[in-house]
Each structure stands twice: as C-alpha cells, then as structure tokens.
Ligand binder design. Structure first.
Ligand SMILES: [Zn+2]
Length: 385
C-alpha cells in the first residue's frame, strides 16, 4: 500500500480538499482517498507539485507515425492530404509502420497519456494496440464524397471494425471530414454509432478551403481531387458552412468535432446545441495551416473541450501537455483548473471511457501524473503510476 500526498491534487474535475491522501494498492489501483491525519506520517510519500489522473489524448493517428518529419509544414490541408496519399503509395513496409506506431505508443505512455482516441484507416496499428499499456478507442475512418459510392465505402471499412472487435479492442465508425465524406455516408455512420451507443469523431473546419468548398467559392480542394483523378463536377455546394450542412445527421449522440480552426460563433452554437465535443490539436494546426482556432468563441464550452496530438505526420511529438501549453500561451481564456480538466476528464467523456479513465476512481488505475505549473506553462515532473 502507498500513501501519496502533493501540494495539490486535481481529480479530473476539481481540486481535492487540502490534506487529501491517495491510497494506492499493490495493483497500482486507487483504493481510496483519505484525510492525511488518519495515516502515520512516516508512511506518507510527499510530492512537490500537482497530482492529476493520466492524460487522455482524444485524437491521434498511430498508423501515420512513420511519417514524422516527412511532410513539409504550412502546406494547408489540401496539400497535406496530397502528401499523405503520396507517402502511402510509396510502399513503406508494414514492419516499418508497426515499428513506428509502437515507438509512438511508448512515447505517449512516457508522456503520461493513459487513453487515446485513435483514427485508423486500416489495421496497421492494431497489433500495437493489443500489446499496449494504453487504452485505445479506435475510430475506423470512412471516406467517400460521391453519394453513389455510399454503400461500397461503408462495406469496405466495416470489416476493420469487426476485426477490432475480434481482438477485443473497442472501436466505432467515423467519417473523415465533410469535404471527403458525403452527407448520406455521414448519416449512415452516425446512425450506426448511435444504435450501438458508440462515440463518433469527424475532422471539422480544419481549413478555410473547406468553408470555401461548401460556399461554392474557388478553393484548393480542386487540386487535390484533380490529383486523385476524382470527378466532382456533380458536387453542388450547399451554400452554408460545412458544419451546418451535416450537423443534423447527429441525433442525441456523442460526437467529437476535431480541430474547429475556422469555426465561427454560429458554428460553435450549432455544435453546442447538439452537445458535441470540441477537440483541439493546436500543434498540428500550426504545422499544417499555421493558424489556431479563435479560442474565445469556446469560452462557454469548457466542459466540452478536449485535446489531441493528431499524428506524427503533422507534429514533432505526442505530448498532450505541449498542446495545452500552446493554448495557455495563446489565450487567457482558460484557468489552470480548466486546462487540467481538458487534459483528463473531458477526453475520457468524449471517448465514453469516463468510468475507467480521466478521474480518480476507487478500484481503477487511471494513472497518476505529477505536474508543475510555472509562468502559465505546464510540465510533467514525473509519471507516478
Ligand atoms: Zn486527424
């Protein structure tokens, strides 16, 4: 049995009363939280800093880890998409992809990340997830802009979800983005996830080109679709924001909108009315678009914000505190308490795993990190368990 004490303890939602002791059993699970004066002084381990539950990285793409440093910065999303496709066609071995995914998994573990929402287009990362100490919720990603291909694209991806389930790994289906997935396909995926009580994720308003595409203005996706030799002459721009065009596909279910860099106040309200989660990936936004969301638009959404690292194709590391620090540096919008909740509890709720992760739950090992907060920046001092 261990008895742990720190200057402050944050339980994922709030500060614990001063003098709270965490009692940890031999299996590294939290047994209970007791008052300091109930335990003999010499048995107590004292930590200098803030103890928090393990972090929850709500958005990652493990299977792209081998692309670290391979894609140039500031290309914008259409250019980035083209580079990803070119790299995927360049014939990297499955071994190399899996080796990089495992190294990325280890990096996240060392950085105090205990649970991850991870996008998969295939099964390259499944082996890593099976062996990992981290809890993964996998979003099997589906693309297909042409409504005529709705069934074909759904049927092509579905076996990956079945494979995941056969490996005892949790997962759900997820449309890639509104510019790459037809409204019909988004609706079908949303219906499936809703019926099975599964969380859904979609890349949302990551680029201004997406907004132009939906308003029928000239945009850079034309170059991407030309490169893919995809005829999209049939596409009729709805004349509204992308989010407005698909938000009604969701019906009282858990949805995570990833990025939201170009979301307007109206978009934020539309999504908030549907109880969507907003997942920010600031370092990837700076890498690809060199632009950050206007965080002030999200001031009333603190309970619905979570954080992701995105992939190593658009980031130099998988460090959730580094993501939080960009936001803390960029805006005074969020308090330390908000940031800690965003790093832990909110991501767990977005991934439907709040009964196991993101808070200090007796009987569970949701991880314990020791962090410090100096000059408005967070740092990980130690991963305690
Ligand atoms: Zn992503």
């Amino acid at each position: 049995m261990r008895f742990l004490k720190a200057n402050k303890v944050f339980n994922g939602k709030q500060w614990l009363p001063e003098g709270s002791l965490l009692v940890i059993d031999g299996q590294n699970a939290l047994k209970e939280i007791v008052a300091e004066n109930t335990v003999q002084k010499d048995k107590i381990e004292v930590f200098d800093g803030i103890i928090t539950p393990g972090f929850v990285n709500a958005h990652c793409h493990l299977e792209l880890s081998h692309l670290k440093g391979k894609i140039q910065k500031h290309t914008g999303i259409p250019g980035f998409g083209k580079h990803i496709i070119m790299q995927r066609m360049s014939g990297v071995s499955k071994e190399k992809i899996q080796e990089s995914a495992s190294a990325a998994d280890e990096e996240m573990w060392k950085n105090g990340i205990l649970a991850v929402g991870d996008i998969s287009n295939g099964d390259d990362s499944f082996k890593t997830k099976q062996k990992s100490k981290i809890k993964y919720h996998t979003f099997i990603e589906i693309l297909g802009l042409n409504p005529a291909n709705e069934s074909m694209m759904f049927d092509l991806s579905f076996p990956f979800l079945k494979l995941l389930q056969s490996l005892d790994l949790p997962g759900s289906l997820a449309p890639h983005a509104p510019y790459s997935t037809s409204l019909q396909l988004i609706e079908r995926i949303a219906k499936f996830d809703k019926e099975n009580n599964l969380p859904l994720s979609i890349h949302n308003q990551e680029t201004e080109e997406e907004t132009k595409f939906f308003f029928g203005k000239e945009n850079d996706f034309k170059g991407l679709y030309d490169f893919l030799k995809a005829d999209i002459s049939w596409f009729k721009a709805p004349g509204c924001s992308s989010l407005r065009s698909y938000i009604n596909s969701f019906n009282n279910q858990k949805v995570m909108l990833v990025h939201n860099t170009f979301s307007t106040e109206e978009d934020v309200h539309l999504a908030a009315d549907k109880n969507c989660f907003f997942c920010f990936c600031p370092k990837a936004n700076l890498y690809i678009e060199n632009k950050l969301p206007d965080y002030s638009l999200f001031k009333d959404q603190v309970n619905s914000i979570c954080l992701g690292t995105d992939s190593l194709a658009s980031n130099d590391g998988l460090d959730l505190l580094a993501e939080a620090n960009i936001i803390l540096k960029h805006t005074q919008q969020f308090t330390l308490e908000n940031a800690l909740q965003i790093l832990t509890y909110n991501g767990a709720v977005a991934l439907n795993i709040e009964n196991e992760f993101g808070t200090l739950i007796p009987g569970k090992n949701a991880g314990l990190n020791l962090v410090n907060f100096k000059n408005d920046q967070l740092s990980l001092t130690q991963k305690i368990i």
